[in-house]
Design a protein around this ligand. Structure first.
Ligand code: NI
Ligand code: MN
Length: 228
């Protein structure tokens, strides 16, 4: 499969001819090199409701008849707006044509702010474990460090982990190094940094700190791809 990073937490997986998006945030994403009307989408996995993760989900779902995969509340929210959805919840896995998606916990929150300023709460935030073509990926979503990352490492053995390092809204780089150890030392692709001033991080220092512990870190630039 091909992994394309689009900046912030936005990851596109090309698995066979399926385009699977995780947290599509393109139109308002200052790091993204492509715009939402120039991409293809078949499935959209959402970790939580915040607009920097769901920004283009509805537009992509509508344009491409793509299916949104998310926790029950978040999926239902977009379902009510007309999207095709597949609701799930934490701990559950489902086999899709492109591979298996399992939602796991994240320590964060999940809501969307409506145009009138009203906050709609949308259930639990999640991380996603995606297994396709024999590769296990873990996208942690937005999260603090939590001890059960050890369990995720033990049970699912991710080979690639997308971990937030921005601090402020999520864990920072020091905690992400610990997360990488606890997850069983996968290849780490840092996400959720440098998008806004408050989450600017020294990603080279992060990669060096991983390397000192024998863990491979790979800082993909927005627009960059990796074949695995
Ligand atoms: Ni968030
Ligand atoms: Mn976020």
């Amino acid at each position: 499969m091909e992994i394309r990073y689009h900046g912030h937490a936005t990851v596109e997986l090309v698995i066979g001819d399926a385009h699977v998006w995780i947290d599509p945030y393109l139109s308002d994403n200052p790091l993204a090199k492509v715009k939402a009307d120039a991409v293809r989408a078949d499935y959209i996995v959402l970790t939580h409701g915040h607009s920097d993760h769901t920004g283009d989900a509805l537009a992509l779902a509508e344009r491409h008849k793509a299916t949104i995969i998310a926790t029950f509340e978040l999926a239902s929210y977009f379902g009510a707006k007309g999207a095709n959805v597949h609701p799930m919840n934490l701990g559950g896995a489902h086999r899709f044509p492109f591979g298996t998606v399992r939602l796991v916990q994240a320590f964060h929150s999940s809501s969307l702010i409506e145009e009138d300023g009203r906050i709609v709460y949308l259930g639990m935030p999640a991380g996603a474990i995606i297994e396709a073509e024999g590769t296990v990926l873990y996208h942690a979503g937005d999260t603090a460090l939590f001890g059960d990352m050890k369990l995720i490492g033990e049970l699912y053995r991710p080979r690639i982990a997308f971990l937030p390092i921005g601090d402020n809204f999520t864990m920072g780089p020091e905690e992400a190094v610990v997360a990488a150890e606890w997850l069983g030392r996968p290849r780490v692709i840092p996400i959720h940094y440098n998008t806004f001033p408050v989450i600017v991080q020294d990603v080279d220092a992060f990669v060096r700190n991983l390397k000192e512990r024998g863990i491979e870190g790979l800082a993909l630039s927005p627009g960059e791809s990796l074949s695995v």
